[in-house]
Design a binder for this molecule. Structure first.
Ligand code: NAG
Ligand code: NAG
Ligand code: NAG
Ligand code: NAG
Ligand code: NAG
Length: 497
């Protein structure tokens, strides 16, 4: 600790006065960095398992849903994860039992899974830039139990499994659907047994993971796709598992993996997340890590109290809690890509036809695993309504303004918080800033170049991505009001006014 001279004490008093002025007016000062941080590659989520239900909805609803997910008028997602089904053998819940293309070695039924393929096509048609094919299990013929869950990857099947996945991806690519990433093992840490299972799953022991990657790489290479289709691994369910298990497989195949993707069902603290990313970067320099799945948490707007749990909360509190997780990945640890889990869910936990406030009130029976919800009893009661949760509107800020190729700019200064970031493309700065507190505040922001405020959007308890007044200029800085409990995007053109 430094010893203060009297002169420094005077300076402290002046700074203290300035601080009192700032805090009494509710203003906070911060600056957008002149230096780009990471370049973003995608914001999205997964096509499991809702396509199996939503495919049965009226065509107008399927089109509406596709626009809500993939068009700029909706979330504007730039990443979509198509689930390559394993046939759902021994999966008891039919919604979670996707059909498989696999018939026998080298023989495929590409008329299978019209449900998943419908929404895959809609994503591609609407220009989603990053499309991943991911699998929870290999087809039953290639697993230890001859089922789509409650079994393991079988040593020696790497090439056969890689051939299947590569043929599927080559098939779609030849039809104009630009699948550019494959993830062969989603949550390899579990079998998802016992049977009958709640979902597909295949355990891949850490010692088996290199074979899965090698088999896929060999098959992609044989089809001339190894440099255009990247392999993602290993989708461990927690950062703890991922980091602990890398040494057992990753050094053998590090050059064949495009990115290290993880889930965060351990809901890591800032310190654990930072330590995972720092250690991974140290061991595997130049390899990006990113979020490929998360859902299902309650907790507070500032991210405290988060953790894997049942419960449905459609309110701004939960929407900001999930936003705090996005900021944690993008701001705290510089990850370039973020995928939420199922996007669309039947986990309302109540019956909207019997209870008019079902979709808008929190309950403890449902699940926070979607952004858009539907009535799981649609087949019997004919209710084809879509229900939009507040989290849809907060995620729209990221989907609409964090586009592939855009870059993050840190926001620094004593009044910057971990829940704000700048994003630049060639024409604009987007300042995405959350106020998890109940009191209103104003962020006073300076930029490293001339900018001119053009528009702004806010999501709060009463507003859904509402247009609000653009930031206002005073001298060399800009004022960005941050209403209590809200997520805001202020847009600035890269030119003077
Ligand atoms: C292919 O899949 C479709 C859709 O599930 C099914 O109707 C058809 O019978 C399958 N064809 C073969 C040859 O298995
Ligand atoms: C396919 O996707 C990749 C990765 O997003 C992209 O680099 C490439 O330009 C795309 N190709 C086409 C033909 O759209
Ligand atoms: C699949 O279900 C059948 C019938 O219940 C059972 O005999 C078989 O053991 C199950 N397979 C696995 C891998 O659990
Ligand atoms: C799409 O669904 C949303 C949510 O139910 C609804 O508000 C909107 O009016 C629908 N749009 C169309 C064009 O049907
Ligand atoms: C919210 O409150 C925390 C703790 O007092 C404070 O550090 C932070 O600056 C506040 N955030 C905003 C946006 O006002």
């Amino acid at each position: 600790m430094a010893v203060h001279t009297p002169r420094e004490n005077l300076w402290d008093v002046l700074l203290g006065l300035a601080w009192v002025l700032f805090t009494t007016t509710g203003a906070k000062a911060a600056a957008v960095s002149a230096t780009p941080a990471q370049t973003f590659t995608g914001i999205g989520g997964s096509g499991a398992w809702w396509p199996n239900d939503l495919w049965h909805f009226p065509e107008t609803t399927r089109q509406n849903l596709s626009s809500l997910l993939f068009s700029p008028s909706g979330l504007g997602l730039s990443s979509y994860r198509y689930n390559v089904g394993a046939g759902g053998v021994n999966v008891s819940n039919p919604t979670r039992a996707p059909e498989t293309f696999y018939v026998s070695p080298g023989v495929y039924n590409f008329s299978a899974d019209p449900q998943g393929v419908y929404f895959l096509n809609e994503a591609a048609k609407r220009g989603v830039a990053s499309i991943t094919a991911f699998a929870n299990s290999a087809p039953p013929r290639l697993t230890s139990g001859g089922a789509s869950c409650n079994g393991q990857f079988v040593n020696g099947n790497g090439n056969a499994y890689g051939t299947f996945l590569s043929d599927v991806v080559a098939h779609f690519r030849s039809g104009g659907i630009n699948i550019s990433l494959i993830s062969p093992m989603n949550e390899p840490d579990s079998t998802f047994g016992p049977s009958p299972c709640g979902q597909e799953g295949m355990q891949v022991m850490p010692s088996q993971r290199a074979e899965v990657v090698n088999g896929l790489w060999n098959a992609l290479s044989a089809r001339g796709l190894a440099s255009t289709v990247g392999i993602l691994a290993d989708e461990s369910s927690s950062l703890g598992n991922a980091g602990n298990e890398y040494s057992a497989w990753l050094p053998q195949v590090i050059d064949k993996v495009a990115a290290l993707v993880h889930h965060t069902y351990d809901f890591p603290s800032d310190a654990s997340y930072t330590s995972y990313v720092t250690n991974t970067n140290k061991q595997f320099p130049g390899k990006q890590t990113w979020m490929s799945e998360i859902c299902c948490s309650l907790g507070n707007a500032d991210g405290t109290g988060k953790g894997y749990t049942q419960g449905y909360d459609p309110t701004i509190k939960n929407a900001l809690m999930f936003s705090s997780l996005v900021f944690q990945s993008l701001v705290l640890v510089n990850e370039p890509h973020y995928d939420f889990w199922t996007l669309v869910s039947n986990g309302l936990g109540c019956s909207p036809l019997n209870n008019p406030s079902c979709a808008t009130n929190a309950n403890s029976n449902g699940w926070n695993d979607g952004l858009i919800y539907y009535d799981g009893s649609y087949a019997g009661n004919g209710n084809f309504q879509l229900y939009i949760k507040k989290q849809f509107w907060t995620y729209k800020h990221f989907g609409n303004f964090v586009k592939p190729g855009s870059q993050r700019r840190a926001i620094t200064g004593s009044d910057a918080t971990k829940f704000m970031m700048g994003v630049t493309d060639s024409s604009n700065f987007y300042v995405i800033a959350m106020n998890p507190n109940t009191t209103d505040s104003t962020l006073t922001l300076t930029f490293p170049e001339s900018v001119c405020a053009t528009e702004a959007h806010r999501t709060s308890a009463s507003e859904d991505f509402a247009s609000i007044a653009a930031a206002t200029q005073s001298g060399s800085s800009w004022s960005l009001p941050l209403k209590g409990t809200s997520l805001n995007t202020y847009i600035f053109a890269r030119r003077s006014c």
